[in-house]
Design a protein around this ligand. Structure first.
Ligand code: SF4
Length: 375
């Protein structure tokens, strides 16, 4: 099985924390639609497995008309074999959705909507420079739930102006809609973003680590009570509604990334990524060239990725480490985990290494302690 990801690199407004590749200019938006379909054609022989997920991300692909999705899904059908229960996800900003637009999107072949609500508090949305307000977020979920059975809502915790009770309120509102899937990420300050400048200048004061941890722990306990399965550190789904797209990434399945800055993986060792420049991308695609850089992952890079993803999902299997990387890696791992086993942050479940519930918030830091720095 395999997946295709489309990156539409345009947004109406820049969120202060965002470091994805996007442009707020209106120039080249039309050309980009055709170029992405052309790139798909140029790469039609790269995936041999049936496609079980198509994902439209970005940027803001919800700015695109439903006709674009119809045309693109049709092209995917022409060039690739599709699995019967294919998942077709569209990432959407709340202000781009209406009842009519959602119905048209469904007719175009999209069968899952991932709504970037991020918060139900107007002051928090304003701080992030999100383009929508709280009411538009509420309406978007209400309309989406009328048209789609399968949808997801994104919320951000650890926001500067938040506290325990505003986060609890956000969770209560979210749960009241019973979304089948929820993704929740901590606000992170990425270099070269407006947020990093605001923090440096003292215009934005970050939330203390203890409150961020408390918010994450509350997220887990509230959602577990509502029968959501925390199948990845930041992802929660009702039974049968785990994201196929995300699960494919984490299990190392091949995927094609179409559009500027999109990443691809061949399911083994080869990773590539497209140029993060809209004009250069358009010019190269027009000439029939693929604007890619490629790299072959080394043993230690594959191991480190497996450790990170394993600890964030179902755990790290020692047998798999032995089979894929050899006994040196097993000896290394067993040495590195000692202090985390002593502090009970990690535990063995049979031959699978897992993160204890109380240490879940620290997962990424624990994983980086287990990284092999050289092959
Ligand atoms: S809408 Fe999404 S991609 Fe666009 S700036 Fe905001 S977070 Fe980034």
């Amino acid at each position: 099985m395999a997946g295709i990801y489309f990156h539409y690199p345009f947004c109406s407004q820049a969120c202060n924390y965002c470091n994805f590749h996007f442009s707020t200019q209106t120039k080249y938006r039309q050309e980009m639609q055709q170029a992405m379909i052309t790139e798909l054609y140029l790469r039609k022989s790269e995936l041999v497995n049936p496609i079980e997920s198509i994902y439209f991300g970005g940027g803001s692909p919800s700015l695109l008309p439903p006709s674009f999705f119809y045309k693109t899904i049709k092209s995917v059908k022409n060039y690739f074999e599709l699995s019967n229960n294919i998942e077709v996800t569209l990432e959407a900003n709340p202000n781009d959705l209406s009842l009519k637009n959602l119905k048209d999107l469904k007719k175009s072949g999209v069968n899952r909507i991932s709504i970037g609500v991020q918060s139900f508090e107007d002051n928090e949305l304003k701080m992030m420079n999100r383009i929508h307000n709280a009411n538009q977020g509420l309406k978007a979920i209400e309309w989406t739930s009328k048209v789609f059975d399968n949808f997801s809502v994104d919320l951000i915790y650890g926001l500067p102006q938040s506290n325990i009770s505003s986060w609890a309120h956000n969770l209560d509102v979210l749960i009241s809609f019973k979304p089948p899937h929820i993704s929740s990420y901590a606000l992170t300050v990425e270099p070269k973003t407006l947020l990093s400048y605001q923090v440096e200048k003292g215009e934005v004061k970050l939330l203390d680590e203890e409150t961020v941890k408390f918010q994450y722990d509350l997220l887990i306990s509230r959602l577990e009570k509502e029968s959501y399965i925390n199948y990845e550190f930041s992802n929660f789904g009702k039974f049968g509604f785990h994201s196929v797209n995300n699960s494919n990434y984490w299990s190392g399945k091949p995927y094609l990334g179409i559009g500027p800055s999109a990443h691809s993986f061949d399911g083994h060792r080869l990773r590539s990524w497209n140029i993060s420049n809209n004009l250069k991308y358009l010019k190269l695609i027009e000439k029939g060239y693929l604007p890619q850089t490629k790299e072959v992952l080394k043993d230690n890079e594959v191991f480190n990725e497996y450790v990170m993803i394993g600890l964030r999902t179902n755990g790290v299997e020692i047998r798999r480490v032995n089979d894929s990387f050899g006994s040196n890696y097993v000896v290394f791992l067993e040495k590195q985990v000692k202090k985390h086993l002593l502090s009970r942050s990690l535990f063995w479940d049979g031959d699978v290494l897992k993160v204890s519930k109380h240490a879940r918030f620290l997962t990424d830091g624990i994983a980086s302690d287990l990284f092999m720095l050289r092959s």
